[in-house]
Design a protein around this ligand. Structure first.
Ligand SMILES: Cc1ncc(COP(=O)(O)O)c(C=O)c1O
Length: 433
């Protein structure tokens, strides 16, 4: 066995932070002050739950408020960033982020709402082909969404929702098992809807392989990208994904409850036979104010949008997407892998000293910027102690998982060291070094 010596000294973290990295944009963010510990700022490893505020957001938001003050209703056309086409500014950067053609994406609503709107189109059950496949341990909202869709169409959620489970004794799904389940139930599956990166385990799924497997059995395949957008490089168009949705408040740093995104593959936006829930924002802008009874759906993902967009919610998304454009997903991913692998090394040392287990897969192509750690004892209490005693902000999922996410735009190697050190102090009474 190859023996690797891991340098657990705090100075090593400082050395790593001393290497210039253009993908680190920490100075562009507001880091919350620590409530406890020796450092003034938190080591914020909860960006997979709620990302931090970019410094530019406040000014941009104020500019939109000023425009409202100055122009009233005329702001729709006359504001510096006119409100009527405001969402167009978000389209190109959002498309670049998820690897889509611009007409395949739209920024709108919240994540679960978007999943519902997309399921209305891409879950089209027949008496035989009526099942939806999800992960058993998907985020609860997705389970509620698919169960309600199934029930709405007259099927029994307990039998029509097929829940994928890892093998006994394992924490994450294997692609081969997912594919096998799809093949085993080939004729009854209408739609597959999985998390691109699982919120709990941090597992990055093989999106292209599973999408292709779903298509081979004649199913529609969609992805909840809440934990993948802004975290890992995505190529939704080339991967032939049918539909996807994501939120903007995690890795995308657009603020609590921020407006979400949706993707519909180009082949569907051109298909006029697809049923859809519509509103006046679905229709062609040129005829929108003709107030006709029938819509003239846009040949883009905008056909799935309904209402005029909330301008003050769009500004923070625009500001955030600019940062992603400046850094680029490839550079960000490279930094993300470096940080996550450093954190993993330290946690592996800790796992040799006390009973914790690293749930997230170790291989680079199977994780994003998150490591889920299984711990013994009261996980809520532990998370609170990490913050109160060490200024480390992590995120717990009952009953026994702590999630640590070194979001690469603003997290440092020293943040990772602080997280591992705090966990070590709390679990063993000694530091990691
Ligand atoms: C994977 C996943 N799906 C869905 C949701 C629900 O998001 P929303 O409240 O924005 O609809 C979340 C929220 O954190 C999530 O992590």
């Amino acid at each position: 066995m190859r023996r690797v010596t891991i340098d657990t000294r705090e100075d090593r973290a400082h050395e790593l932070d001393g290497v210039p990295d253009p993908a680190s944009r920490r100075e562009d963010f507001l880091i919350p002050p620590a409530v406890g510990g020796d450092f003034p700022l938190t080591a914020y490893l909860a960006g997979n739950s709620l990302g931090l505020q970019p410094r530019a957001t406040r000014g941009e938001l104020m500019a939109d408020l000023d425009a409202w003050e100055q122009y009233g209703v005329h702001g729709h056309a006359d504001a510096d960033r006119p409100w009527f086409p405001y969402h167009e500014e978000l389209r190109d950067p959002a498309a670049r982020l998820v690897g889509a053609e611009p007409r395949e994406v739209v920024i709108m609503n919240s994540l679960t709402v978007n999943l519902h709107l997309l399921l209305a189109s891409f879950y089209r059950p027949t008496p035989i082909r009526h099942r939806i496949v999800i992960e058993d341990y998907c985020f609860s909202s997705d389970s509620y969404a698919v169960r309600s869709h199934v029930a709405l169409r007259g099927h029994d959620p307990d039998t029509a929702v097929l829940r994928l489970r890892p093998r006994p004794g394992e924490d994450v799904l294997r692609t081969e098992d997912v594919v096998k389940t799809l093949n085993d139930h080939a004729h009854s599956i209408a739609t597959v809807m999985l998390g691109g990166v699982n919120y709990l385990t941090g597992e990055l799924m093989d999106i292209p392989a599973i999408t292709a497997a779903g298509h081979r059995i004649g199913a529609m395949v969609g992805w909840d990208l809440a934990h993948a957008a802004g975290n890992v490089p995505l190529h939704l168009h080339d991967w032939d994904v049918d539909f996807a949705a994501w939120c903007s408040y995690k890795y995308l740093n657009s603020g609590p409850g921020a407006i979400a995104g949706a993707f519909v593959h180009a082949r569907h936006v051109d298909d006029t036979t697809i049923p859809r829930l519509e509103g006046w924002w679905s229709t062609e802008p040129a005829s929108r104010f003709e107030m006709r009874p029938e819509s003239e759906p846009q040949r883009s993902a905008d056909a799935w949008s309904m209402s005029n967009p909330p301008i003050f919610a769009m500004g923070p998304v625009r500001t955030s997407l600019q940062l992603f454009d400046e850094v680029g997903m490839e550079a960000l991913r490279a930094r993300s892998l470096r940080l996550t692998s450093y954190l993993r090394d330290l946690l592996t040392v800790l796992a040799g000293r006390t009973e914790i287990a690293l749930v997230t897969p170790a291989e680079d192509d199977r994780h994003g910027a998150q490591i889920s750690v299984r711990v013994l004892g009261d996980v809520i209490d532990l998370t609170e102690r990490l913050s109160a005693n060490w200024g480390v902000v992590a995120d717990d999922r009952q009953p026994d998982i702590i999630r640590l996410a070194p979001a690469p735009l603003y997290c440092t190697f020293h943040d990772c060291w602080r997280a591992a050190d705090a966990l070590s102090q709390e679990l063993t009474g000694e530091g990691i070094a």
